[in-house]
Design a protein around this ligand. Structure first.
Ligand code: PGA
Length: 224
């Protein structure tokens, strides 16, 4: 089994935390997406931005552009994470712009989609996911990785059943057959063996557990 593993370390670690994480990380093929200031500490690893500026405007306080990410050896960028959609009010239009910017820069976008708990309860998952995908992928040409991340599963310790994940991942693959599809939302060392039973899933986008070296070591061991 060789699953794609994306480590979205969010804002969990300080510089010291990153250094001890790296001392304890046992190795393996992981796409690391640390906080921007710490990208430089991840020598000889595959790297991605947790976000990317929508345009290449240079007079843009606080933004990190595609050129800057590329100069730090990033080959991936996470786009449309639900925390950006929620806290930065990013909509599908911005997500589409960021996705096209990433592709134009020759990098691979990791596009996050997923339903809220309310939408899940109402049985709207497929419709929400399709709408997010179609809007975010408009005019896209090139390699894209899609991460199916139910918003209610992120950081909550909850996950859909394997059957539910398999159903949505297959649905996405029917819509966009050439893209790899990851699952994200409370992936941990304790549930990775069960999740690995879902053959349609090409890998995982891991948040909280990816900044703890012992957790990530276990996950890498089960997946590679
Ligand atoms: P989690 O986050 O693994 O902490 O649930 C996943 C994500 O937000 O990508």
């Amino acid at each position: 089994m060789n699953k794609i593993i994306v480590a979205n370390q969010k804002a969990y670690l300080t510089r010291e935390g990153v250094q001890s994480f790296l001392n304890e990380f046992a190795g393996g093929e992981v796409i690391f997406c640390p906080s921007f200031p710490f990208l430089c500490l991840f020598n000889n690893h595959i790297l991605g931005g947790q976000d990317i500026a929508a345009s290449s405007e240079l007079s843009a306080t606080g933004e990190v552009t595609a050129d800057q990410l590329k100069s730090l050896n990033c080959t991936y960028a996470i786009i449309g994470h639900s925390e950006r959609r929620k806290f930065q009010k990013e909509d599908n239009e911005i997500t589409n712009q960021k996705l096209l910017t990433t592709l134009n820069a020759g990098m691979t976008p990791i596009l996050c989609v997923g339903e809220t708990h309310e939408e899940y309860d109402l049985g709207l998952t497929r419709g929400v996911v399709k709408m997010q995908l179609d809007a975010s992928l408009a005019n896209a040409n090139g390699e894209v990785i899609i991460a199916y991340e139910p918003v209610w599963a992120i950081g909550s310790g909850l996950t859909p059943t394997n059957e539910e994940i398999d159903d949505v991942v297959n649905f996405i693959k029917e819509l966009y057959p050439s893209y790899k599809v990851l699952y994200g939302g409370s992936v941990k060392a304790s549930n990775i063996a069960k999740l690995n039973e879902i053959h349609s899933v090409d890998g995982y986008l891991i948040g909280g557990a990816s900044s703890k070296a012992d957790e990530l070591n276990e996950i890498v061991k089960s997946c590679q």
